[in-house]
Design a protein around this ligand. Structure first.
Ligand SMILES: Cc1ncc(C[n+]2csc(CCOP(=O)(O)OP(=O)(O)O)c2C)c(N)n1
Ligand SMILES: [Mg+2]
Length: 356
């Protein structure tokens, strides 16, 4: 792997490209995993468990007909959003993602009640019940959606990063997209401009191994997604997205690079989606054994549980956390079920900007 040159000899174009590709990856490999305090470890555990239990409940509510339309669950991918978003500066940095967005909102500390109310199409929902699963939004938290058009959030994220740079507010944009979305043309148009203008943006590919039903190897000529920024001189990082501490460590390195004004970073988080693409997908394109193997050997929550136990926490302590979280999720579901639906007049609000 290429090293940054020690002397001042100018790099050849090939060395330049190699350097652009590998400098941050090397740093990730050289430094230790993120050294979290016990309190932080527990917080990561709670957040990941909250996402898991919330999503399980959302799946049940969908089955009962209480959630309509599309619904994409984040089960299996929890460590990505929790690790990355824990390193953001709250209310300064912005986040944008695709339709698999509930977990990102929860990782951002947004109230589970308003997320569940949105899923069930209620007035109290974060988008007043009009957005549903795919279109959640909170300008207060600088969370810019929730987008159903695959890859569109990447270009919008470029715009958010440009706003950070233009306003000189010191913030950065975290733009998530999937391995399938990584083949969209607008992603590369955004890479070009983001690199040219040194925009403060971290592009994160959540490589969960499948798009709507197609395995990455069947749809992508280059499956090492972290290399896809090379042509634009964007350094890439390949991260174990099932390990919240490695994700957090990678976030520290990437965010520092971006905040220093050195332009974008492309981070690939290798992860896995336990459920089908959406609720209507029985996921027949993969074997049960494959899913079981990931659950048994790579699960992000079980992995962190092991660390917490090694540090002296008992099974009972961790069960108590789970119990509290189940209660939070039940309260969110009750709140959602008992909230009124929006008034039909809501159909005409937030459609046009009427006043600037
Ligand atoms: C522009 C566009 N093309 C196609 C679709 C249909 N579609 C929805 S999700 C999806 C697959 C995306 O897969 P990936 O980016 O890997 O994300 P994941 O669902 O795995 O999180 C497709 C093709 C769409 N919503 N928008
Ligand atoms: Mg995918």
């Amino acid at each position: 792997m290429a090293k940054a040159p020690k002397n001042k000899t100018p790099r050849s174009p090939a060395e330049n490209l190699d350097f652009a590709l590998h400098s941050l990856q090397e740093e990730l490999e050289k430094t230790k995993r993120y050294d979290a305090s016990e309190e932080q470890l527990k917080h990561f555990y709670e957040q990941m468990l909250l996402i898991r239990r919330f999503e399980e409940r959302a799946g049940q509510l969908y089955g009962l007909g209480l959630i309509g339309g599309f619904c994409h669950l984040y089960i299996g991918q929890e460590a990505v959003a929790v690790g990355l978003q824990s390193a953001l500066t709250e209310k300064l940095d912005s986040v944008i993602t695709g339709y698999r967005d509930h977990g990102h909102m929860l990782a951002y500390g947004i109230d589970p009640k308003v997320i569940m109310a949105e899923l069930t199409g209620r007035e109290a929902g974060i988008s007043k019940g009009k957005g549903g699963s795919m279109h959640m939004f909170s300008t207060e938290h600088k969370f810019y959606g929730g987008h159903g058009i695959v890859g569109a959030q990447v270009a919008l994220g470029g715009g958010l990063a440009l706003a950070h740079q233009y306003n000189d507010d010191g913030g950065l944009c975290l733009a998530y997209f999937g391995d399938g979305a990584a083949n969209q043309g607008q992603v590369y148009e955004t890479f070009n401009m983001a690199s040219l203008w040194k925009l403060p943006i971290v592009f994160v590919v959540e490589n969960n191994q499948y798009a709507m039903g197609t395995a990455v190897g069947r749809s992508s000529a280059e499956t090492e997604f972290y290399r896809r920024g090379t042509a634009f001189r964007i350094p890439g990082m390949k991260v174990n997205g099932m390990d919240v501490l490695e994700v957090r460590q990678a976030a520290e390195i990437a965010f520092k690079h971006v905040r220093e004004g050195r332009g974008p970073v492309l981070m690939e988080c290798e992860t896995y989606r336990y459920r089908g693409h959406s609720m209507s997908d029985p996921a027949k394109y993969r074997t049960r054994e494959e899913v079981q193997d990931v659950k048994e050997h790579k699960d992000p929550i079980e992995g962190l549980k092991k660390i917490l136990i090694e540090q002296g926490n008992s099974e009972e302590d961790l069960k108590a956390i789970d119990k509290d979280i189940r209660k939070v999720v039940s309260e969110a579901a009750d709140f959602a079920e008992n909230s009124p639906e929006p008034d039909p007049s809501e159909l005409y609000t937030d459609v046009l900007v009427e006043e600037y």
